[in-house]
Unconditional design. Structure first.
Length: 358
């Protein structure tokens, strides 16, 4: 009985298995998304792997990227929008030269700009000139820019300290008011060259001359040159090229004692210098925007002669060096030392400058 039941049970199992294998399988519906697979649990998280709750494991903190500055970036990697745009770097603003009259002496033009005026004084002294002794003088110089190229100037000798040559019996140095004045005009041909004309006059007072009280007239001609080399250097010259006697003598705008001396010669009917030609040059080194070092050298042919003449002609060599300091854009101060004549050590002395612009 037992064996029969076992055989019947086996037959039922075989029949059931055969029926199950004979049934067709159903295909999955098209377009249905495949079920998402749970991510593999992280190594070492045994509690998550062993739990059957079905919750996702917590995110893992990977820390900062190994390349914070992007030095190890792959050059072949795809670029994002905006990667090709140039990077803008912050730079200090460039210094721009302000318009108007330059503060630097080396950069200044030959003539003043339009509608600008300048007034300057320049006291100078000479220690002990042969036959004259100590001599000093001061000249007021004014100029006005009519246009950028045209300039009008006025020079006036304020006075001088010297021994009057008319008072032969008394050797006394004293102050004497100036009598020389000059009207001047300068025209700028190019930025580096101009032409300058001036008419100096020395006015006699009654009794200055025995025969005539006619004033002394002269003609001054200059060809001012100035060449600039960068922002530091400048070379120029020939601004006082020629001085010609028209009547009596050629008045000086630098040394009042010369005018008094020549007037005394004219009073005694003694020949006076017909004028001079001077080849002068100067150099400027701009040490800083406010400080400039200036040197000047000149060779003068007095009475248009290289040798001594009856009118006191001959070759005169001069040199002067100094500095100029610009306190403000409208105010200059200067001082220099030099010799007016290398053959006369007594012509050594200082010269100063005070210039004001408006």
């Amino acid at each position: 009985m037992t064996v029969r039941r076992v055989v019947q049970l086996l037959v039922c199992l075989v029949a059931t298995f055969a029926v199950a294998m004979a049934q067709p399988k159903k295909a999955p519906a098209k377009g249905a998304p495949a079920p998402a697979k749970d991510p593999a649990p992280a190594a070492g998280s045994g509690s998550a792997a062993g739990s059957g709750s079905g919750e996702a494991p917590p995110p893992v903190d990977e820390g900062p990227p190994p390349d914070m500055e992007g030095k190890d970036e792959n050059p072949g990697a795809p670029k994002l929008p905006g990667d090709d745009e140039p990077k803008v770097e912050a730079k200090a603003p460039e210094k721009k030269r302000t318009s108007g009259y330059p503060m630097e002496e080396a950069l200044r033009p030959i003539t003043l700009p339009a509608n600008m005026a300048e007034v300057a004084i320049g006291p100078r002294a000479q220690v002990d000139i042969d036959g004259v002794g100590y001599a000093g003088s001061d000249t007021l110089r004014a100029r006005y820019g009519i246009t950028r190229q045209a300039q009008l100037g006025l020079n006036y000798v304020l006075g001088g300290i010297y021994d009057d040559p008319k008072t032969v019996s008394s050797d006394k140095v004293g102050f004497h008011p100036g009598k020389a004045i000059e009207l001047q005009f300068t025209y700028l041909i190019k930025d580096f060259i101009g032409v300058k004309l001036g008419v100096p006059v020395w006015i006699y007072k009654p009794g200055d001359m025995a025969d005539s009280n006619a004033p002394a007239f002269g003609l001054n001609i200059g060809v001012p040159l100035k060449f600039r080399f960068g922002d530091k250097f400048a070379l120029g010259g020939l601004d006082d090229l020629l001085s010609i006697k028209l009547t009596q003598f050629a008045p000086s705008l630098e040394h009042e004692y010369l005018n008094a001396y020549r007037a005394a010669l004219t009073d005694t009917n003694t020949a006076t210098s017909a004028g001079f030609i001077r080849f002068s040059a100067y150099g400027v080194y701009q040490r800083s925007p406010k400080l400039a070092l200036i040197g000047r050298f000149g060779v003068q042919l007095e009475d248009f002669a290289t040798t001594q003449t009856t009118a006191g002609g001959g070759l005169v060599t001069s040199m002067r060096v100094g500095l100029e300091y610009t306190v403000r854009k409208y105010l200059d101060l200067g001082i220099s030392l030099g010799l007016e004549d290398f053959d006369d050590i007594g012509t050594f002395g200082p010269s100063t400058l005070l210039a004001f612009r408006i």
